[in-house]
Design a protein around this ligand. Structure first.
Ligand code: PGA
Length: 252
């Protein structure tokens, strides 16, 4: 089963519109063809328009880092999935652990967002991952299994086949303490198994699963070599042009 790798940078709340345009200028000629890899940047909502304009004619794609589940209405401060789609956004990252932790997002809300993203012609990158406490107690697989089952609720087989799941153990995010490749492979395999149980094997064989958490140019190849890991979601190491390009160079 060959799945196209997807390397996504998650800029979080970093950069200005001007800095983002400079970044795109620096990398755009060196992005590998998207026949080979999906190269994505997840940028802050306030300058997604600048990003979608800057990537035109390149092989880079753009992700939002969040959205609301209604298309429009009285929801002060939220970003509409309809508007994101209209701007030319390709993917929306949902359920990142920082959103779950600081903004109290629940599995049910993440599921509503997944439906809204598909309704508007984009694809979700659905994040999941356990705390250190859950990991040390040996309950990570059960915990992540529940997150995935809830997030995928009532999506169609075709939708699940086309979305991306990012496994990011919370204890590895921004800590420099990455999961071992064996841990990453084991959990990504478990997630694939859960998708097969909830949908079917064919859907599970298609869905792309990323590892995230302190991925950098020095360690990305180890993860990409794992049979169930189809790419990476990268925070800190995606902020500098050279480093982002080095991550993409790991694809061969
Ligand atoms: P990190 O962040 O690569 O800086 O650990 C990953 C993420 O939060 O997506």
């Amino acid at each position: 089963m060959s799945r196209k790798p997807i390397i996504a940078g998650n800029w979080k709340m970093n950069k200005t519109a001007k800095e983002s345009r400079a970044f795109i200028e620096d990398v755009k000629l060196d992005i590998p063809s998207n026949d080979l890899v999906d190269a994505v940047i997840g940028a802050p909502a306030i300058f997604l328009e600048a990003m979608t304009e800057a990537v035109q004619g390149t092989d880079l794609q753009v992700a939002a880092q969040n959205c609301y589940w209604e298309d429009e209405g009285a929801f002060t401060g939220e970003s509409s999935p309809k508007t994101l789609s209209d701007l030319g956004v390709d993917y929306v990252i949902i359920g990142h652990s920082e959103r779950r932790q600081y903004f109290h997002e629940s599995n049910e809300e993440i599921n509503k967002k997944a439906h809204a993203i598909f309704r508007n012609g984009m694809k979700p990158i659905i994040c999941c991952g356990e705390t250190l406490e859950t990991y040390e107690a040996g309950n990570a697989e059960e915990f992540v299994g529940q997150q995935i089952t809830a997030a995928l609720n009532e999506l169609t087989e075709g939708q699940v086949q086309s979305l991306v799941i990012a496994y990011e153990p919370i204890w590895a995010i921004g800590t420099g303490k990455s999961a071992t490749k064996d841990d990453a492979q084991k959990m990504c395999k478990t997630i694939r198994h859960i998708v097969a149980e909830n949908f079917n094997q064919e859907v599970a064989d298609q869905v792309r699963i990323q590892y995230g958490g302190s991925v950098k140019p020095e360690n990305i190849a180890e993860y990409l070599a794992c049979p169930d890991v189809d790419g990476a979601l990268v925070g800190g190491a995606s902020l500098q042009p050279e480093s982002f390009l080095s991550l993409l160079e790991a694809i061969n």
